[in-house]
Write a protein of this length. Structure first.
Length: 57
């Protein structure tokens, strides 16, 4: 086998990585991070304040 075949295989692997695997990986990681950031977090939400202007009867 000559070096030409290995070069073609190498270019094919690089193109698959560049145009298929890396974009899909970045999209999946971005989706996971966005889901974690946008998930409601009840322990971090503001507690409801008592309305001071409300008259007590």
């Amino acid at each position: 086998m000559d070096n030409g075949l290995y070069t073609v295989i190498g270019f094919a692997v690089v193109r698959c990585m560049k145009y298929i695997f890396i974009p899909i990986g970045v999209a999946v990681i971005a989706r996971v991070i966005a889901d974690r950031l946008l998930r409601p977090q009840p322990d971090r939400q503001k507690k409801k304040r008592f309305n001071k202007n409300r008259s007590i009867k």
